[in-house]
Design a binder for this molecule. Structure first.
Ligand SMILES: NC(=O)c1ccc[n+]([C@@H]2O[C@H](COP(=O)([O-])OP(=O)(O)OC[C@H]3O[C@@H](n4cnc5c(N)ncnc54)[C@H](O)[C@@H]3O)[C@@H](O)[C@H]2O)c1
Length: 370
């Protein structure tokens, strides 16, 4: 198969769909790889590295789109890329179609076959192509939290670990899933006083086993949240109810109970946020203040560390990409039926149930098509 990868054109997107190391894996498996010139520079991968790994370098995105059988990207295509869609092309990328009707319509009318990273669900119910970004956001949340607690950045001026003779900063983590667990790991590593809450007692038991006496686990209730916030220096919002808006666990009136200069990093902002006062911010101006409490609500936190994000994402996508490249989409799905969950559009049919529901459109089970 001819596999292609272009430079991302979304504003401030520096990740790339394939690394030079991925190129080598595809080439060794007998595929041809087409890479747009400078596709990986934002992630620190030079065109020469891709060439050395065996890729054919092309000057324009159009040449790559037109020349490949499968396009591997990071972000959803933008309107200027819709013209490249065609019936015999496979697109493997994040799509988030439920949030983008024009893209959905363009994909359906072109007949393009698409596999979305975010809907591919493994047999153990994990979402392997989303997890690496949650791991990164969780770890970054503490790193960014530590920075924005510094006085010059608007915080209360507390050092997470403290020093001998001073109190440690109190970190409260709401949600003990992938983001919360990774935040917990870094906060414990930095020597903070960590409390983590969830409504899933199995998750709390797991963290209790792993971290022992170094953390406090608490069942997530309004009363426990209210009390923990009143002494918190840094709060991490990391809850998720799949497919729904995040529950507003931090009520506006709780802010008045919090210490001035304390900080809320609402990682769940991409699902509307778990704090009533959350609104989306961007890396160039990530914080704002409400009632003396600093809010950090960046919707694409992994974008701050594109090199790590690209390597983590492509580590996860490579296995599935190779399956599709080796057998073709249809045969690969029949051989490993987990792949069907990723198929969002196929020759004009909408094959993702949640996307169909959100637009009140007809849904076609991909298993009935191939
Ligand atoms: N801002 C970013 O850049 C970024 C990056 C990655 C992920 N995210 C978002 O972070 C959020 C968390 O992702 P995740 O991968 O950790 O999800 P996850 O499913 O692994 O974990 C979510 C946890 O929230 C818990 N939860 C649900 N309701 C709760 C409640 N009322 N109180 C306490 N806990 C509750 C669940 O039991 C679960 O353990 C998602 O909204 C995800 O989209 C944001």
């Amino acid at each position: 198969m001819k596999v292609g990868c272009v430079k991302e054109i979304k504003n401030n997107e520096f990740r790339v769909g394939m690394t030079p190391s991925n190129v080598k894996s595809y080439v060794n498996a007998g595929h041809e790889v087409l890479i747009e010139k400078d596709a990986g520079v934002g992630s620190g991968f030079s065109t020469e590295e891709y060439e050395k790994a065996g890729a054919k370098i092309l000057d324009t995105a159009k040449e790559v789109w037109d020349g490949c059988d499968m396009m591997i990207k990071v972000k959803e295509p933008l309107p200027e890329e819709y013209a490249y869609f065609r019936k015999d092309l496979i697109l493997f990328t994040y799509l988030h179609l439920a949030a983008d009707r024009p893209l959905t319509d363009a994909m359906l009318s072109s007949g393009i076959k698409s596999v979305a990273y975010e809907t591919l669900i493994e047999r153990n119910r994990s979402i392997p192509l989303l997890a690496p970004m949650s791991q990164i956001a969780g770890r970054l949340s503490i790193q960014e939290g530590a920075k924005y607690l510094e006085k010059p950045f608007g915080g209360s001026g507390v050092l997470l670990s403290g020093v001998p003779g001073t109190p440690k900063a109190k970190v409260v983590i709401l949600g003990a899933g992938t983001v919360g667990t990774n935040a917990c790991k870094i906060a414990v590593g930095m020597g903070a006083d960590v409390t983590i809450m969830d409504i899933n007692l199995e998750r709390l038991a797991y963290l209790d086993d792993v971290f022992g006496a170094r953390i406090q686990t608490l069942y997530s209730t309004d009363a426990n949240i209210e009390e923990a916030l009143s002494t918190a220096d840094l709060v991490i919002g990391s809850v998720l109810i799949p497919g729904k808006a995040a529950p507003k666990l931090i009520k506006r009136e709780y802010l008045k109970l919090m210490k001035p200069g304390s900080l809320i990093v609402d990682v769940a902002v991409d699902q509307g946020g778990c704090c009533e006062t959350t609104k989306v911010t961007y890396h160039d101006n990530p914080t704002f203040e409400v009632d003396g409490v600093v809010h950090y609500c960046v919707g694409n936190m992994p974008g701050a560390v594109p090199r790590t994000s690209t390597i983590a994402l492509t580590n996860a996508t490579l296995k599935y990409g190779l399956m599709i490249a080796s057998k073709g989409l249809e045969e690969a799905c029949r051989g490993y039926d987990v792949l069907y969950s990723g198929v969002n559009t196929y020759e004009g049919a909408l094959t993702c149930e949640n996307v169909a529901l959100s637009y009140n459109m007809d849904y076609t089970d991909p298993k009935s098509l191939f």
